[in-house]
Design a protein around this ligand. Structure first.
Ligand code: ADP
Length: 704
């Protein structure tokens, strides 16, 4: 029996190997056709000689998928290669693609898998992993665990043009690490990749670590030239210290551009109209990519488009609407890359992910709303908020470029040419516009005491750094002297913002004793919204009835808890349950994933161990409800507003008027004070994720 089993297993394994090898062969011609393929030996050679390479190239030229494969068999590359991505969707899909191209299983599916990924709440690697795609946040976490990054021979920082705070931090850390490892037996190689050609600042940034010498090496320049140049400058410089640069041209077909004649303020309607105009009037096959602001707008448009498509006669091809946003569950991501079924046109509704981060194949038409959701630090309020903002010219041009990757295409801008001309040229780096507390905590945890003098690619405003230090102090993450506290160390290791981390930490204290419940709520907050959009009065009423038993008068936090608990308890058909309650089944699946991972992380951090009572989340009695809200108040004490005599809510910090968002269960209610998770500014200032609190709780919570 065991012999036959063994034979069968061997047979299964070898047939799997064959399948992988066939796939690898099948993908080889398209890889060879990528523009970057011609530069493979240049890239290898330049990293043979130098430690840092700045590589710029058009989106789709093959940087993310090919560069790690080019470097794997270089003599210096004995360890792993890390490739960072700003978004989890991109990290996972790239890992899968590269695994296929290399003919190896992906992630933790087999101990022999050479390619894996690590994203927040999901690590999928094997003992044989050589190439690891990971989000920037996860690389930072690894840097906290091993400050020398010994496992890695090479770190590739991708999508640098997006200039997230995390990228800026990573570059600062790497600049020091390259120096530290340069004279060891295993120097660290760094590749910085960008979709825009502006690489001067990056080159200068890395140069300045090289004992102040300016040594730039364009890829065809030999190391002898460099040596000569530096000797001329009367300074001896090791060629490994020079930063080499390479530019890869992309393939770009012409794209016809069309603007609106007059501006519109109903982008949803305009996008819907444009999609069906293309679909019904354009004889040319090809998919449509629509750039929207965020998950909510995408889901509304998806619903409208699907309803509209049902009314089309049979003479038209079918339409398959696919959403693409950061919080999308893994299972839905891969559909974007699959070709549309026969006689069907794909319509992909995406956030700015599809701008450069994820290359969607088959697109001929781009519809651009010209807007994106961006994090913005609102100094008076002292917190980040998500604002819908105009994109920059460079983003608009990237979006347009998505239409001309495989064939000549068309781009419809849902704004006027005049508005385009008034756009900013480039995106402002995130570090200049958002809260720095998470970044500062990571720096402190990595032993950087003097954060004011850290080598930032762009220095954040001093005021923002001071504010962040103050917030960390208030959260108990720093000691009075500015050094990191024991709590701070714990928070730095949790994959959450310091505020949410502090909520979790608070919930683990014996006197609060509500960690499982708080994990449930925190998991919900990690997805944009579990509730399907209810934008009309009529649907809102329907939703109220459908979600009746889940709604809690204390507010959104406890309502979310009730929803998670009811969903988790549902044993027969969770999808049906979600539909009945107008809740997104997909979002709930993500919530359950996050809940599992977060529980494991809390257990690993010994936060769950100290609990004397139950470890599973249960329906809270009144006393526990209060404890749960107090935990949130501990982490978000800056997000409190009180009711004023004129019946408006005013924030404690900044004294700003804020209204309860219509998506909240407390919408329209007048309460003594409210606590909220998020401040959003659309046509006016809204608080989202709101619960009722008592003002006197604040004192108790902050004293503890
Ligand atoms: P770049 O990093 O320069 O933007 P990529 O390496 O991401 O380029 O993409 C190169 C090619 O690989 C593109 O043609 C893209 O369509 C294809 N590709 C990338 N990821 C996937 C995937 N998950 N599935 C199918 N094709 C993919």
């Amino acid at each position: 029996m065991s012999v036959t089993n063994g034979v069968k297993r061997k047979h299964d394994e070898s047939s799997k190997d064959e399948k992988h090898a066939t796939k690898r062969q099948r993908l080889l011609p398209s890889r060879r056709a990528l523009p970057i393929w011609k530069r493979a030996s240049d890239i290898r050679q330049s990293l043979q000689q130098h430690n840092v390479l700045v590589l710029s190239g058009e989106t789709g030229s093959g940087k993310s998928t090919q560069v790690p494969q080019f470097l794997l068999d270089c003599a210096w590359c004995r360890g792993k290669i890390a490739v960072t991505q700003p978004r989890r969707v991109a990290a996972i899909s790239l890992a899968r693609r590269v695994a296929e191209e290399m003919g190896t299983p992906c992630g933790s599916s087999s101990p022999a898998s050479k390619v894996g990924y690590s994203v927040r709440f999901d690590e999928s690697t094997s003992p044989s992993t050589r190439v690891k795609f990971l989000t920037e946040g996860m690389l930072l976490q690894e840097m906290l665990r091993d400050e020398n990054m010994k496992e890695y021979s090479c770190i590739i920082v991708d999508e640098v043009h997006e200039r997230s705070v995390n990228v800026d931090l990573i570059l600062g850390f790497l600049k020091r690490l390259v120096q530290k490892r340069r004279s060891t037996k295993r120097p660290l190689k760094v590749v910085v990749m960008s979709a825009t050609a502006d690489v001067d600042s990056l080159t200068k940034f890395f140069e300045s670590s090289n004992r102040g010498s300016a040594a730039v090496n364009d890829i065809h320049t030999s190391s002898d030239d460099i040596r000569k140049r530096s000797l001329d400058a009367d300074e001896s410089i090791d060629s490994a210290d020079a930063v080499s640069r390479c530019y890869v041209e992309g393939r770009q077909y012409p794209v016809k551009l069309e603007y609106l004649g007059t501006p519109t303020d109903d982008l949803l309607e305009a996008a819907l109209h444009r999609i069906f105009h293309i679909h019904c009037k354009e004889p040319m096959p090809g998919d449509i990519l629509v750039f929207m602001t965020g998950q909510e707008a995408i889901q509304s448009l998806q619903k409208l488009a699907e309803e509209y498509a049902e009314g089309l006669t049979k003479e038209y091809p079918r339409i398959l609407v696919l959403p693409l946003f950061a919080a999308l569950p893994q299972s839905s991501q891969q559909r974007i890359f699959q070709p549309a079924p026969l006689n069907t046109r794909k319509v992909i509704l995406s956030t700015n992910i599809a701008e450069t981060s994820v290359t969607v194949p088959g697109v001929r038409f781009v519809v651009d709303t010209g807007k994106a959701k961006m994090k913005q630090f609102r100094n008076r309020l002292g917190l980040d908020s998500l604002l819908i903002k105009q994109i920059s010219k460079s983003s608009a041009d990237q979006r347009k470029g998505r239409a001309g990757r495989e064939f000549p295409g068309q781009c419809y801008r849902l704004y006027t040419e005049d508005s385009y001309n008034k756009l900013e040229n480039d995106n402002t780096p995130e570090i200049l516009r958002c809260d720095m507390s998470e970044a500062l905590l990571k720096m402190k945890a990595r032993g950087i005491e003097d954060v004011m003098n850290f080598p930032f690619l762009t220095s954040p405003p001093r005021e923002a750094l001071e504010k962040a230090l103050l917030q960390l102090l208030q959260l108990g993450a720093l000691e009075e002297d500015g050094s990191i506290s024991a709590i701070g160390r714990q928070l730095a290791r949790l994959p959450l913002t310091p505020s949410l981390g502090r909520v979790i930490f608070e919930a683990s204290r014996p006197e609060r004793n509500c960690l499982p419940e708080v994990i449930d709520i925190a998991s919900c907050l990690s997805v944009e919204s579990i509730f399907l959009n209810v934008d009309t009065e009529e649907i809102r009423e329907q939703a109220q009835i459908a979600r009746g038993q889940l709604l809690r008068r204390q507010g959104d936090h406890l309502t979310l808890l009730a929803a998670v608990q009811a969903y988790a308890a549902e044993r027969s058909d969770r999808r049906q349950w979600a539909e009945r309650h107008l809740i997104s089944h997909r979002a709930m699946q993500s919530v359950m994933d996050v809940r599992k991972q977060l529980t494991a992380q809390c257990r690993a951090a010994n936060l769950l161990k100290g609990l004397t009572t139950q470890e599973a989340s249960t329906a809270p009695d009144e006393g526990k409800q209060e404890q749960i809200l107090k935990c949130f108040l501990r982490g978000f004490s800056g997000n409190v507003a009180r009711l004023c005599p004129d019946h408006s809510y005013k924030t404690f910090v900044g004294n700003q008027t804020v209204a309860i968002h219509p998506s909240s269960v407390l919408f329209g209610r007048k309460l003594e004070a409210i606590l909220y998770n998020e401040f959003v500014f659309t046509n006016k200032a809204y608080a989202r994720g709101v619960s009722a609190i008592q003002v006197r709780w604040l004192e108790e919570v902050l004293e503890a």
